[in-house]
Design a protein around this ligand. Sequence first.
Ligand code: DOR
Ligand code: ZN
Ligand code: ZN
Length: 432
Amino acid sequence: MGTILRNGQLLISGELVTKDVLIEENMIARIADSIDGVGHEVIDVQGKLVTPGFIDMHVHLREPGFEAKETIATGTASAARGGFTTVACMPNTRPVTDTPEVVQQILRKAKEEGSARVLPIGAITVRELGKELTDMAALKEAGIVAVSDDGVGIQTSQMMKDAMKMATSLGLPVVAHCEDDSLAEGGCVHEGIFSEKHGLKGIPSEAESIHVSRDILLAEATGTHYHVCHISTAESVRLVREAKQRGVRVTAEVCPHHLLLCDEDIPGLDANYKMNPPLRSRRDRDALLEGLKDGTIDMIVTDHAPHTAEEKQRGMELAPFGIVGLETAFPLLYTKLVLPGAFTLQEIVDRMTKVPADVFNLPWGVLEEGAVADIAVIDLETEKEVDPTTFLSKGRNTPFTGWKLKGWPVLTMLEGRVVWQAEEMNNEGARP
Ligand code: DOR
Ligand code: ZN
Ligand code: ZN
């Protein structure tokens, strides 16, 4: 017996087309105008968008070590609710994901308790201290998909060059959090309108862009696949655009919050608007939208970074950087970019599915016969307010509370198994 998703709206060459999808075992067995339901479970998804499960190459699951913020169980439940079936988790755990043992521990937990597939990212340097390279070969053997010291920048050029040489010899992408400490030190928001108004120390744009420019030169010299994390400045976008034109193997990701907010939107000293990199200027925000549109920026990621309420209440200067993102990403992008016509639905869906799969060489992210049945079903009509108290994540730290959005995922399948469904999808008694 298989499962049929009946009368869903599939994106085919940019058009929404009504189709039935038959899932057998863990695969998509058939896609057709009408599939006989006899002998199968039938789920009515009439009028709902059916897409490949989303892929998020940048999340913080916090386990091991920071289970008060999030666990693999809660973080992947949050992912499933957001329509994500694959998440890559950053290594700034405790201990840091810098040994095969930690990688194995994450993979084991994800298998036992996870509602989404988890791809660990290993640290570039031991304890992310920037002093000594990790044993990347052993980490790769254990199952990492890339290396990163996310949370901190690699401060010296020599260390980055060594890291790139090692990663390249192993076929691992270098995923870089770009931040020059000598420029960023002590800053809590973007250096600009908001920091001046409130007398706060700012993080200047160059703190990011200088690393991007340095790393592009190093990637060119070493042949590395270099991936820029959470790109946030106009200059970084320009540098990546020019590097791509020259044929350098560089890719980039952007977060929904950097596409939709700028420093002018921060209402006051609320740490739910504090993340790293910070919300930049309006000009930067516009450059990110342009960069995403023209393909300079490849994919959208959330940088889901849960913290406890107590930590976030410490205020703008003392609270840790980061906001949650998995449960609001698609509704935000759909409502604020697709509905007003800035991006097509296909453009946004591709940047959350097929493109990250292609860039990181992953076998998921497509909805076609013979593909693994990782699927998100999305209600494009019902408007709901963002209500963090309903999040499956432990984190409640979002600047989007109260935003009225459409495009809420209602059912998520991982390898043919329903890993999340909204109450309204509990259609027991549905007839073939
Ligand atoms: O906002 C952020 N939060 N940026 C980072 O680079 C790290 C992350 C975290 O781990 O909380
Ligand atoms: Zn980062
Ligand atoms: Zn991050």
